[in-house]
Write a protein that binds this ligand. Structure first.
Ligand code: ADP
Ligand code: ZN
Length: 609
């Protein structure tokens, strides 16, 4: 009798039960149906096609856009005793021939291929001579021109349906917006596919957003809560990446830079260290991350505003794939909005695209400035209603105070209007505060009725007001990206007294209280043992388990998490299995790994007792 899906889940992957919709997807595919799967990063998409590929006759063909990703998945599958291989440009001619031979001989359960390879006449010809269990199209949003990772070759993949109509297909993505989803269905001819849409909530990620006042000090304080942990620090520019990485390294943090300006060898080397060593912090532009499925990333920090909520969610989603606590932390300033607007304005995209990008930036700013539950807002952006508050974001933990700022808002809007809607916030603030700067004088703005009407607030407070007015859509920045401000339809209602404006009180920060508030949030308390909550008495065993894992991983040339995830080591630490039977019950310990590593781990665990 053939093994069932649950048998394979337990014996091969060592997991006790399916998550969310995994089982439904597996059964649907096993019965020969097509599927479109939308699950957040870390949701467990891989098993949705790996298990059906093992259940069905023939080889599962997985289309994947990134070489690094393929290699990782294949390593992990081989560790679990699955016959898996990949075909891409990193292999030599002999190795390629050997993989092709295995495919034709029916020796492979799973074969990962790059789309351009799959589409060659030669490869399609090979497939015609083999039995194909299923086609899995990973990162399916790459077919979408509106998505952020458009790959023209992905569009050709519809050919699979024409040439192999009987073979079930599964497309998977973590990009949730409805527009991208429709485009996937259209482009890949998945009209008859059943859609499996998971919740995009990532309950183990805590969200925190703050104003940037001293980036270095803020980042240092943040990292103190994550000592020895792996994480990613995102910056907007290459230069900032280099500076930040260098400065962190001086502080003794294992920090490495990653951006498109580094040569390929350095990038590959840094990425490899991030994957294979414990506790490396990658400082990167958004060039880094896609296809990195390191499960134990404990934090994702943004030192600048990302481009969109989708981008932010995907970047922060790289934290905590193993389900253990992770922190998404961001600091930003008004200058980011100006820089981003400029980047959009100066890009070579079509006008319609620029308009879309501006809207995306605006919703991100609204998220950053929000005073309500951040999770609710994020999921709302993906069309999901979250019955919050979540209790696990900064706004839930310490709800921000708001104040009635209708009068200052009216003053600000009026100053923008009177000066002709042609200036940025800096100059308008000078007018409000009655500063006789050269520019003010030469433009005769000291003669405006709004000159000096806002002297009761300092520059910083005014900046906060302008930022929040932008975020609330009561002001808009010009499309050309000069940072000049204009009124919107909504601002007129405020000016005429028809609407109250409530703004956050961060215009009046008090150092002491703010710091106390920060330390309540997230896992920044060192005595709690970092994100994973390792107690002092457990520390030495934890270190030994990790050291053993690193040593075994090195011997085999794979990243440590391919041997066991943090979640699995943590379960060992807590359960202290005394023998192989007990060890086998730990989530993540399958038969192959039990055989290969069981004795070594038991030796470490039992030696300490
Ligand atoms: P995705 O591709 O959706 O980002 P993965 O397939 O990489 O996610 O899975 C994320 C993590 O969750 C992996 O480390 C995987 O081993 C683990 N995982 C997946 N399914 C289960 C399950 N049913 N039980 C326990 N862990 C699981
Ligand atoms: Zn919340």
């Amino acid at each position: 009798m053939n093994p069932s899906a649950i048998d394979l889940l337990q014996s091969v992957f060592g997991y006790p039960s399916f998550r969310g919709q995994q089982q439904a997807v597996v059964e649907h595919l096993n019965d020969g149906g097509d599927a479109l799967v939308l699950m957040p990063t870390g949701g467990g998409k891989s098993l949705c096609y790996q298990i059906p590929a093992l259940l069905r006759q023939g080889t599962g063909i997985v289309v994947s856009p990134l070489i690094a990703l393929m290699q990782d998945q294949v390593d992990a599958l081989r560790e679990a005793g699955v016959a898996a291989a990949y075909l891409n440009s990193s292999l030599g001619a002999d190795e390629q021939r050997e993989v092709e031979r295995q495919l034709l001989a029916g020796e492979l359960n799973l074969l990962y291929v790059a789309p351009e390879r799959l589409l060659t006449g030669r490869f399609l010809g090979l497939l015609e001579r083999t039995e194909v269990a299923l086609f899995a199209i990973d990162e399916a949003h790459c077919v979408s021109q509106w998505g952020h990772d458009f790959r023209p070759e992905y569009r050709e993949l519809a050919i699979l349906h024409q040439r192999f109509p009987e073979v079930p297909r599964i497309a998977l993505t973590a990009t949730a917006d409805p527009r991208t989803r429709d485009e996937i269905v259209e482009r890949l001819s998945l009209h008859n596919a059943r859609q499996f849409v998971a919740s995009f909530d990532r309950p183990n990620i805590g969200y925190r957003v703050g104003l940037r006042h001293n980036a270095k000090r803020q980042l240092t304080e943040f990292l103190q809560g994550h000592e020895g942990e792996s994480g990613i620090v995102y910056c907007l520019s290459r230069k900032k990446v280099d500076d930040t990485a260098e400065w962190l390294a001086e502080l003794g943090v294992e920090a490495l830079p990653y951006h498109a300006g580094l040569d390929a060898a350095t990038r590959a080397k840094n990425q490899k260290r991030f994957l294979r060593e414990d506790g490396v912090v990658m400082v990167a532009t958004v060039a880094f991350g896609m296809g990195i499925d390191k499960p134990d990333v404990r934090f994702v920090a943004h030192l600048d505003l990302p481009r969109s909520i989708e981008g932010y969610y995907q970047e922060t989603g790289r934290g905590g794939r193993d389900g253990l606590p992770a922190e998404a932390w961001m600091i930003y300033g008004l200058s980011d909005v100006v820089t981003m607007s400029q980047m959009i304005a100066q890009s070579e995209s079509a006008d319609e695209r620029k308009r879309v990008e501006r809207q995306k930036l605006e919703s991100l700013l609204a998220y950053a400035e929000a005073t309500d539950c951040r999770r609710q807002l994020l999921l709302g952006a993906f069309g999901e209603t979250y019955p919050g508050p979540c209790g696990h974001c900064d706004n839930c933990i310490a709800p921000p105070k708001t104040w009635d700022a209708t009068v200052p808002a009216q003053k600000a809007l009026s100053a923008v209007y009177r000066s002709g809607q042609r200036f940025g916030s800096g100059h308008v603030i000078d007018i409000l505060r009655g500063e006789e700067t050269e520019r003010v004088l030469s433009l005769h703005h000291h003669q405006l009725s709004t000159f000096g009407i806002g002297a009761e607030m300092d520059e910083k407070q005014w900046r906060s007001v302008f930022r929040q007015l932008l975020a609330a859509g009561l002001l808009e920045a010009d499309a050309e990206g000069y940072g000049t401000l204009r009124l919107t339809a909504a601002s007129r209602v405020v000016l005429s007294g028809g609407q109250l404006v409530k703004l956050r009180e961060d215009a009046r920060p008090e150092r002491g209280s703010r710091r106390r508030r920060d330390s309540k949030i997230g896992a920044s308390d060192k005595s709690s043992g970092g994100s994973l909550g390792i107690e002092a008495y457990e520390q030495s065993m934890w270190d030994e388990l990790r050291a053993l894992r690193t040593q075994l991983a090195k011997q085999q040339g794979v990243p440590p998490y391919v041997v066991f995830h943090d979640a699995t080591l943590l379960a060992m630490l807590r359960a202290l299995p005394a023998n192989e039977d007990e060890l086998a019950t730990i989530s993540g310990v399958g038969e192959a790994k039990l055989k290969r590593y069981g004795r070594d781990f038991l030796a470490v665990i039992n030696a300490q007792e």
